[in-house]
Design a protein around this ligand. Structure first.
Ligand code: GLC
Length: 754
């Protein structure tokens, strides 16, 4: 068929920036199949029904579902799992359907499949892409042995408003950190050979600007400038694509009134034509049908046509392609070649996964019984959990605790195993989780526990006992925050203070005047400025997965020094949101002097309580000898930025060295600082290492008229331990203007340590 032939040729023609072109064998297979497929069978490939629900996987695979598979009416299932179950289901497709095209099986592996590691925002707080890669690799093993081919991760939505509950699923407020974590996850899930052993297809989501929804209200509109869209939102998507991610997912939201699921300029124009992406674009859940609610389609057939024209290959859980695309084609036969393209992307992905060569290569009933929450997998989760903990404050070196200390543990979250494993738990089991309380009981003799209050109750009857326990103890661990279900999808909150009776509990315990360590748990930054001011020591400990307790105990007892860094600032008040460290200077930069008329609130101090990149250590570090190998570089050149870092403390510890840049004078205002490199490194007491960042002029580019402009002039550099703890400064010059084709924050800076 003409469409098929044209497609096959297209697939073989390498386009700029695309992943490795498909092998000739793939293209031949696709051409042959497309020529044989009926329109119904083609539309079947574009249909991804739910095979179950998150809490009841496989539950919808009934006789009718199997018949639809036999008819070639399904391309993929999500919310399914199990090596034997999926082998049997695959068998129906590859042995009982006419064309024997294998199915794709998908699930949300967001921070682990069965061995849950810290939630993504906590993984970002590690500032350790290698730790993230190791976790994703481990998750891919558990996912693929369970017969699954595809995870809907990494979620790369940059977010600067923690009222949005889905901040828990991303890497926080910075596009560069987001790019680094997108690459680490994509490569961890897929390795370099998607058809290799124990891989799963990654899915970069949600394309795009879902993290910018108005007011942090989930599913709301995102209305942002073209500059912000390209400089802040797009980099991590580009980085994920360049890392070879095999699929993308469109988002629920509109951007300035154009729903992303119908946004041809964004999907077909930018992702496909400009970036050369040839994998699968899947809609989000029912998002094609929702084009009617958006008011851009009157009927499901019109919604189907819009999504197809936009470049959406597969309809997740909406059933709109399956039920209405055929009538849309009858109305408009020009859709037929677009269907061939969509099916071509789906078939190419199945070929890349090796499913045509061996449809049963995923799934291993024997290994499925041994790899889950194995000791090596737990060790990977525990290492990541330790690295994710952020020490916010440690006045008087209250931490680490002495092993002989009499410790009162107060707060229901200290023993909440369900919350420890977080939201989006895939096949995770709360019984796998070791809570903080359970871990401390094995490590300390004098532990008392009083729940005191809980995140979902206003009952304060336990506060008195908690106060007594605090008075009787040497030190109290005050464990408060949000539980697993306060954040994630459809969990926007307008009030970011402590939920339930926890604030009263915290105030009462702090009022004892006894030493208190504030342990904050949850999936989002909270606005708790007075608690952070009152408690002499505090930690942001997120939701750390199955090894939450042991990892936290390691930090609290000094087995490991904390080095996590905030991927999002901790706000003073929800009323001050959204906010970011990488803000524009404005014509009236915020001034502490309220007599000055400047860019700030009169009833709120300037900026977050603790900013992006903040995190303390049990050691201390000195930065020295910041040097550049060149004073001036051309637009296609790099400058090597070297700094010496010394552990001036008494204990071995990690430090996260951060490199920020600023363009102080350009054709457009540039942020006061932007992260352009970081490196977490271990240093023994007294040890000095030299860290070198190889920064390219392209990484200083800004969006201008559809391209990336590198402007002649000075670039300021700042190196330090946080976005507001700059230890050394330098500058270089770009000699002449130039142009780049890549989002600046998508380019990761090579870092070497000597
Ligand atoms: C959800 C989420 C998306 C997820 C999908 C499948 O609504 O928006 O992130 O991957 O549906 O569970």
């Amino acid at each position: 068929m003409a469409g098929g032939f044209a497609l096959a040729t297209t697939l073989l023609t390498p386009r700029p920036g695309r992943a490795a072109p498909p092998t000739a064998a793939h293209a031949q297979r696709i051409k042959t199949l497309l020529a044989r497929m009926t329109l119904d069978e083609k539309i079947g490939q574009m249909h991804q029904p739910a095979g179950g629900r998150q809490k009841a996987l496989n539950s919808k695979i009934d006789a009718a579902a199997l018949d639809l598979v036999r008819q070639g009416g399904v391309g993929s299932y999500l919310h399914v799992a199990g090596a034997q179950f999926l082998r049997d289901l695959q068998k129906v497709a590859v042995e009982e359907s006419r064309l024997k095209i294998p199915l794709l099986f998908a699930i949300d592996v967001i921070h682990g499949f069965r061995t849950l590691y810290p939630v993504p925002l906590a993984m970002a707080a590690t500032f350790d892409p290698e730790a993230y890669r190791a976790c994703a690799r481990m998750a891919a093993v558990e996912t693929s042995v369970s017969g699954l081919h595809w995870t809907f991760a990494p979620m790369v939505d940059v977010a600067r408003d923690p009222r949005w509950g889905r901040v828990v699923e991303g890497a926080g407020e910075d596009p560069y950190l987001g790019s680094a974590m997108a690459v680490a996850q994509t490569e961890g899930f897929q390795t370099k050979d998607l058809a290799g052993r124990d891989t799963v297809l990654a899915c970069v989501k949600h394309f795009g600007a879902y993290g910018a929804v108005a007011g942090g209200r989930d599913y709301d509109s995102a209305d942002l400038s073209e500059r912000t869209l390209n400089e802040v939102v797009m980099p991590a998507f580009h980085a994920g694509k360049t890392a070879g991610a095999g699929s993308f997912m469109t988002a629920f939201n509109d951007i300035g009134g154009v729903p992303t699921t119908a946004n041809a300029a964004l999907v077909r124009g930018q992702l496909r034509d400009k970036w050369g992406f040839d994998g699968i674009v899947v809609s989000d859940w029912n998002a094609i049908a929702e084009l009617i609610a958006h008011g851009v389609a009157e009927t499901p057939a019109q919604a189907a046509a819009l999504a197809l024209k936009a470049g959406v290959d597969m309809d997740m859980a909406g059933g709109v392609y399956a039920a209405h695309l055929k009538s849309a084609v009858a109305e408009d036969p020009s859709l037929l070649p677009l269907i061939d393209q969509a099916v071509g992307h789906i078939l190419l992905t199945k070929a890349r996964l090796g499913l045509f060569d061996d449809p049963y290569r995923f799934g291993d009933v024997a290994r499925e019984k041994t790899v889950m929450v194995s000791a090596p997998h737990r060790a990977i989760a525990r290492d990541a959990a330790r690295k994710a903990v952020v020490l916010l404050k440690n006045d008087g070196a209250l931490l680490p605790l002495a092993k002989t200390a009499k410790v009162a543990v107060v707060g229901a979250l200290a023993d909440d195993a369900r919350s420890a494993i977080g939201s989006w738990k895939a096949r995770g089991e709360e019984t796998d989780a070791v809570t903080l309380l359970a871990a401390l009981k094995t490590r300390l003799s004098g532990v008392t526990y009083v729940p005191g209050a809980a995140p979902r109750s206003d009952d304060l009857s336990g506060v008195a006992a908690a106060v007594e326990a605090a008075k009787a103890a040497d030190v109290t661990l005050l464990v408060v925050g949000e539980d697993f279900d306060h954040s994630a999808e459809s969990r926007s909150r307008a009030d970011l203070s402590l939920p339930g009776g926890q604030k009263a509990l915290a105030d009462a315990v702090l009022a004892t005047g006894k030493p208190v360590v504030l342990v904050v748990m949850g999936g989002r930054p909270l606005a708790i400025p007075d608690l952070l001011a009152k408690a002499p020591a505090s930690l942001m400990t997120w939701l750390l997965g199955v090894e939450s307790g042991p990892a936290l105990a390691d930090i609290l007892l000094g087995e490991a020094s904390p080095a996590g860094r905030l991927p999002m600032g901790l706000p003073r008040d929800a009323g001050g949101l959204p906010e970011t460290y990488a803000h524009y200077p404005t014509g009236r930069p915020a001034n502490p002097d309220l007599a000055q008329d400047t860019a700030r609130y009169h009833d709120l101090d300037i900026g977050p309580v603790y900013p992006f990149g903040h995190g303390l250590s049990y050691a201390s570090f000195a930065y020295s000898d910041l040097t550049l190998d060149k004073a001036t570089i051309g637009p296609n050149d790099t400058v090597s930025v070297t700094v010496a870092v010394t552990n001036t403390g008494k204990v071995a510890a990690d430090e996260v060295v951060q490199l920020y840049m600023r363009d102080p004078l350009a054709a457009v205002a540039r942020p006061v600082k932007e992260l352009r490199g970081f490196r977490r490194l271990a240093l023994k007491p007294g040890e000095t290492r030299r860290v070198t960042f190889k920064l390219a002029a392209r990484q200083c580019a800004f969006w201008e008229a559809g391209r990336w402009r590198i402007q002649k002039g000075k670039i300021e550099l700042m190196v330090g331990a946080s976005s507001d703890d700059i230890r050394a400064r330098a500058a270089f010059a770009i000699s002449v203007d130039g142009w780049s084709d890549t989002p600046a924050a998508a380019l990761l800076t090579p870092v070497t340590v000597a």
